[in-house]
Design a protein around this ligand. Structure first.
Ligand SMILES: [Zn+2]
Ligand SMILES: [Zn+2]
Length: 361
């Protein structure tokens, strides 16, 4: 019988349970999970901070495994058929409808109201839909990719990589730009790597703790500042020192702290660009000066919500063909029975990247 680690309700500890193996619908599959991940979203899920989440919930929205059973046929986007035993990952977003106003007119698939996300808006009642489990039910219509990268290397990027890829493209980074990344968690670190790939000359990062800033430097950042020992004034002074007194060309906010959005605007040069990708849960409002912080600066401020297949697919390609950065990242693995400890480590920022490895149990 499959085992799952689930959050029974908000603010309750994770419990490991046995659940029945699903009946496979036509053109679906059962995936044997090798690795899944623990990210900031999972911490928010445990705290009940996300709207529209059906509990009990098996978290784990990006995972890697082997297809154990296929009923019917599954194909990749190049038309190649998947076989039992293949190692795959899949886009966590399911059922983007390609039929609604947002999909067809706005061409903003990440705002499609029909979309469901494995491990976030699909709960246990929807089937085995989270990666903190020995098995995942790969529903019909799930977008799978064959995994060429080493599983650990792919998961070092995890959900943060497509999110960062989307953010970096929203930032429209140009060759020779100086990019400032606020936040040194997984999204921040991946945004640094991808900003450099996209042509940034220098990437600066303000974050904490020091262990993460060391990882940021290893990922290619030119310079870092520890947020714990520098207040907002000191941070602004540092940014100006690093950018000939102007501010960053592009700032990517990846912190989760509302005040950081205002700081992103203040740390960016006039006529620069700000991308907000760190506000995935509602931590309340924040005030800013519309004249000084936005209008007079002629800023371009953009939100960035979720990712689409294109971000996911290109992320996997990048990790498979340029694995160096991700293969060096420090990973901490936990069994299903250790999920509470993993959540705690992520919440406290003690680990760079926490993975769930169901076979550990
Ligand atoms: Zn995530
Ligand atoms: Zn739609």
């Amino acid at each position: 019988m499959p085992l799952v680690a689930l959050i029974p309700q908000p603010n309750s500890p994770v419990e490991v349970r046995e659940v029945a193996e699903p009946d496979l619908e036509p053109n679906s599959a059962l995936l044997e999970v090798e690795l899944s991940e623990v990210c900031g979203t999972d911490v928010h899920l445990q705290q009940g901070r996300l709207a529209g989440v059906p509990y009990p919930l098996v978290p784990g929205h990006v995972s890697v495994g082997r297809l154990q059973k296929i009923r019917g046929e599954l194909f990749d986007i190049e038309g190649n058929r998947f076989s039992e035993g293949d190692r795959i990952s899949f886009l966590d977003v399911h059922r983007t409808c390609n039929a609604c106003w947002y999909c067809l007119v706005a061409k903003a698939g990440t705002r499609c109201p029909q979309r469901k996300v494995y491990g976030i808006t699909y709960g246990l009642d929807d089937g085995l839909c989270g990666g903190w489990a020995t098995h995942i039910y790969v529903k019909p219509g799930t977008r799978c990719i064959r995994l060429d990268a080493v599983p650990e290397t792919f998961m070092a990027g995890g959900c943060a990589l497509p999110t960062s890829l989307h953010a970096v493209e929203r930032g429209d980074i140009k060759l020779g730009d100086t990019v400032l990344v606020l936040g040194s968690g997984p999204v921040g670190i991946n945004a640094i790597v991808l900003s450099l790939m996209r042509g940034a000359l220098r990437v600066l990062c303000i974050g904490a703790p020091q262990s993460r800033l060391d990882a940021v430097l290893a990922a290619g950042a030119a310079n870092t500042l520890n947020i714990e020992t520098h207040d907002e004034t000191a941070r602004l002074e540092w940014v100006l020192e690093q950018t000939s007194g102007r501010g960053a060309d592009v700032t990517i906010e990846a912190t989760g702290v509302p005040q950081a959005v205002v700081q992103s605007m203040r740390f960016t040069r006039d006529a620069g660009t700000v991308v907000v990708v760190g506000q995935y849960t509602d931590y309340g409002p924040v005030s800013f000066n519309p004249h000084l912080d936005l209008n007079k600066k002629h800023l371009d401020v953009r939100g960035c919500w979720g990712s689409e297949f294109s971000h996911f697919y290109r992320s996997a390609q990048i990790v498979a063909q340029r694995p160096e950065v991700w293969s060096r990242m420090t990973l901490d693995s936990y069994g299903l029975n250790e999920a509470n400890e993993a959540l705690c480590a992520v919440k406290e920022g003690r680990v760079l990247k926490a993975l769930i490895k169901p076979a550990t149990n």
